[in-house]
Design a protein around this ligand. Structure first.
Ligand code: ZN
Length: 402
């Protein structure tokens, strides 16, 4: 009985020891293998921003007992969407493993708007609120900017508005700005001085400045009346005076005429004013009478039509005396006409319709008709007896329009 017990105890001890050895071996093996086990940890489904600088190895969080075989490489993040990155890893037992990492390219950044905080305009003047305004985005796409809010260019006030920019990923940027619509400035009142109002300006063929004021034409400041240029029907001489022989003339013209008469008298020639100012009505009956008796061509060659006569201005007049036949072609040969032809310019008077200049003046030679222009111009036009006409001097015509 004792022998049997001892044998049982011996077997039990052997079994326990064997079990311990086996457990020990297993634990040893586990420890041995785990010591060499590849550890490769990484994050997956990684969100990155568009155009971010990202590398294929950026998502590895831990690596033990192994080497990465795949080379470090930058990932193209220029397009929105999912990218799969493959990484090959070798463990310490020269065994290769492949891992797939998912990267999601997103755009979470808002566009950036370049703008002015305040814009102003005058009421009634529309302006382009988007002028000079632009938006950029990290996606590098073209971003449209729109204006949000209520405003009225015709109504004074300060309007709080927004510039809105939206990218294709739905990121919206809003920037507030102020539109100031100010009171419309008063238009400066137009000066209305009818006496000096210039109706029209022009330049003659010889470069002189022409002006039409109240229907009267001036060239280089000289009033011009001929077949081309007329005066208004109602015109009366400026600064009128009753001159010699009860004829009305402009006062300066009258003075010149009187000085010429006085000088002629000293030479034994008695001059007088045969005709000064003639109204539209007077000229009309004069011209119409000649037209009716001798035809229009005859009338026009020696008599101005109403509105086209220098007698209408008080600057032109007929001077007679010193011989007979005034206001006829015979007068040219009288001492009076000859004296005036030589001396009139000294008083600022010109022989208005000289001999041989009909194609310039539009009239036959009139040895009795003078016009006041002032001494300076009169001397130029006298031209040592070879009279230059006003038409030639200024470069203008004398022709009726019809
Ligand atoms: Zn005359």
């Amino acid at each position: 009985m004792k022998k049997k017990r001892r044998r049982i105890r011996k077997e039990f001890i052997i079994t326990v020891i064997s079990a311990l050895v086996i457990i020990g071996l297993i634990v040893g093996l586990i420890i041995y293998f785990n010591k060499d086990q590849l550890v490769f940890n990484y994050t997956d489904n990684n969100e990155v921003n568009i155009f971010d600088e990202v590398y294929n190895t950026d998502f590895i969080t831990k690596i033990e007992n192994g080497n990465i075989l795949t080379e470090k490489e930058r990932i193209d993040t220029s397009l929105l969407g999912t990218i799969e990155v493959k990484l090959r890893v070798e463990d310490n037992h020269k065994k290769e493993h492949e891992y797939k990492i998912t990267i999601i390219v997103v755009d979470k950044e808002d566009p950036v708007i370049t703008y002015e905080k305040e814009i102003s305009t005058e009421a009634g003047t529309k302006i382009d609120l988007l002028k000079g305004v632009s938006a950029t985005d990290n996606s590098k796409e073209d971003i449209e900017v729109t204006v949000e809010g209520e405003y009225d260019f015709n109504k004074e006030g300060e309007y709080k508005l927004f510039y809105v920019a939206k990218d294709s990923s739905g990121n919206v940027k809003k920037e507030e700005f102020t539109l100031k619509v100010t009171k419309k400035k008063e238009e400066p009142k137009k000066e209305t001085t009818p006496t000096n109002q210039v109706d029209k300006t022009f330049t003659t063929s010889k470069g002189f400045k022409g002006e039409v004021k109240n229907g009267i034409t001036y060239i280089d400041g000289f009033m011009i009346v001929n077949k081309t240029y007329s005066v208004p029907k109602s015109m009366y001489p400026f600064d009128p005076v009753k001159c010699n022989n009860n004829q009305v003339l402009n006062s300066t013209t009258c003075n010149a005429a009187k000085q010429m008469m006085a000088a002629a008298k000293e030479d034994g020639i008695n001059l007088y004013i045969a005709s000064g100012f003639r109204s539209y009505a007077t000229q009309n009956s004069l011209w119409t009478g000649r037209k009716n008796s001798n035809g229009i061509e005859f009338a026009d060659s020696g008599t101005a039509r109403p509105g086209h006569s220098e007698h209408h201005t008080g600057l032109g007049f007929d001077m007679c005396g010193g011989g007979d036949g005034c206001i006829t072609s015979a007068y040219a040969n009288t001492p009076g006409a000859k004296w005036m032809a030589k001396n009139a310019y000294k008083f600022g008077l010109i022989l208005r319709y000289p001999n041989g200049k009909t194609n310039e003046t539009g009239y036959k030679y009139e040895s009795w008709h003078f016009r006041y222009v002032g001494k300076e111009l009169a001397e130029k036009l006298y031209n040592n007896g070879d009279w230059i006409t006003l038409e030639n001097y200024f470069g203008i015509t004398s022709k009726y329009s019809d």
